[in-house]
Ligand binder design. Sequence first.
Ligand code: NDP
Ligand code: 2IT
Length: 449
Amino acid sequence: MKITDPYLSGILEQVCERNPCQPEFQQAVAEVLSTLSPVIHRRPELREMGVIERLVEPERIITFRVSWTDDKNKVQVNRGFRVQFNSAIGPYKGGLRFHPSVNASIIKFLGFEQIFKNSLTGLPIGGAKGGADFDPKGKSEWEIMRFCQSFMTELSRHIGADTDIPAGDIGVGSREVGYLYGQYHRVRNEVTGAITGKGQSYGGSHVRPEATGYGLCYFTEEMLGGIGESFDGKRVVISGAGNVAVFSHEKATELGAKVVAMSDSSGYIVDEDGVQLDIVREIKEKKRGRISEYAERVRGSVYVPDSAGIWNVPCDIALPCATQNELGLLSAKELVKNGCMCVAEGANMPCTPDAMDYFLENGVLYGPAKAANAGGVATSALEMAQNSMRYTWKFSKVDARLRDIMVNIYKNATAAAEEYGTPGNLVVGANIAGFNKVADAMLSHGISY
Ligand code: NDP
Ligand code: 2IT
């Protein structure tokens, strides 16, 4: 979508000047600004009080050295980040990503998106993101542990249960959260909910591991229900084979769909009989192996060593659950040509801007990440609530709350899209619904930060 309003395009120009060489951050800001024009015309106080100018500048960015020793006793140095983007509606909240591609641009785009996503959940959480350019692939258990400990030794002074609450993201799963929490606990001498996604033996919530994938499917069910459709009997393609992809597969299958393809960063597999989730999990989670092994084990399945090619596999529903900009215009055209009716984003910003426009122009149901993948952070906020009470809710209770939250996000985004003149456009609806609450809080607080 284009930014036509001169005031908003002026803000984007400033963001690009102030943040050169940060294409992902610029892309995420451009996408949000391209939807805000009806709001700033209806609410002139936003401009008078510089709300958007303040919103696009992080409240605080922390960059730090992470030194650790590998198994050969060689000193290694990585760069750690925490971007505390906006705390107007609650403490900073957002995941940590460990991946060699991590840089300031990627963490800032993720932190910026998190502001609106967290607001949409209806829970009191601000936006943040962090991580390091550390590659967990090929590292031993001991190396992972030492890295997490060194990372947390510094991060621990900037976070806390009422200040900033990290969680997982790419490369940070239950193992890493355990080591991170262990070090936080030791350094701060506190047993609090300062990290979410914890194991159940030390304060983790039921459903947090499943939450992003389950939430994505609950949201997609609502989208499909809006046109009298459902998952039942549909062909689904899911990119990735990590936390979000695995639990999206589990819930979509439970709802009657057949998942025919999954991927990792090396390639994708197709299994026309339905991808067997237990085998994927054994390969990716237990052995930390490559998805290509699936085709060696399951007769009749095929492996193609080109991860982007997964979108050429015909499907009714596409769930990109791997990484940013993994689905471009050519893939979008291929999906539409093959009759795909619905795209819902499990990953953050997986569709490029031209792919997103193409889906919207061609009547594909399109669920943007900020709304569709908010179930993970929403359940993190439920974990925080349980930790504050020193209490644990049952699986069924957390799952029911998660479902309610996803249904509400769908309703609120749909209502905002209608109210602001673009019925059915959930990109506009999600951005405006998320933005309005944060803007109200910022206006109430005055201009002190
Ligand atoms: P994981 O680390 O558990 O899994 C990431 C998966 O994506 C791996 O299978 C990885 O493969 C694969 N992958 C990475 N890059 C590519 C690529 N270019 N093409 C195909 N596959 C690729 O991460 P998560 O599942 O937690 O996160 C996935 C996405 O979901 C991210 O965008 C994240 O920001 C987003 N997200 C995560 C939430 C959560 O609760 N975890 C919440 C909301 C959003 P390989 O093994 O080869 O690296
Ligand atoms: O992108 C995301 O929303 C996450 N990685 C989850 C963050 C969280 O705090 O649970």
